[in-house]
Design a protein around this ligand. Structure first.
Ligand code: GCU
Length: 137
């Protein structure tokens, strides 16, 4: 199943800014979350079918401290995902979690949980990861 990509700079940003001063991002830049609890990026994701989806966040963290985000789909129970140091702001890695999505549009909300804020966020890649539908012809 191919992944669909959603650039952070095109998402709904609260307490963050779009920047492009560190190389290696996709699209036109990345989001620099403000260094506060509660800074957030919300992605509008379209799913072809309901079920479990992998959410792969491409990010950089040039500090020595984890920048965990609380991640939820459509206001559901959040999961906390670690965004550990990547070694440099130009070194991009991926952090992945799995959440159930509905068919159609989903709001994926990512919120900084500590005073250091979130990582620099490049993009979100979404892919269906639910059980194979063996009934499908
Ligand atoms: C530096 C860096 C930013 C980063 C910020 C932070 O200012 O240039 O890209 O977002 O640190 O710590 O959040």
């Amino acid at each position: 199943v191919p992944a669909s990509d959603y650039e952070s700079e095109s998402a709904a940003i609260s307490q963050g800014v779009v920047e492009s001063n560190w190389a290696g991002y996709s699209g036109s830049g990345f989001v620099n979350y403000d260094n506060v609890v509660g800074s957030s990026v919300e992605y509008a994701v379209t799913a072809a079918q309901a079920g479990a989806h992998s959410l792969a966040f491409r990010f950089a963290n040039g500090t020595t401290t984890d920048r965990p985000l609380s991640i939820s789909a459509n206001g559901g129970t959040p999961v906390t995902l670690s965004f550990p140091p990547t070694g440099a702001w130009t070194t991009w890695q991926t952090a992945t979690t799995t959440l159930p999505l509905a068919a159609g549009t989903n709001k994926i909300r990512t919120v900084a949980t500590t005073a250091v804020g979130g990582p620099n966020a490049d993009k979100l890649s979404v892919a269906f990861s639910g059980p194979a539908d063996t009934e499908r012809p």
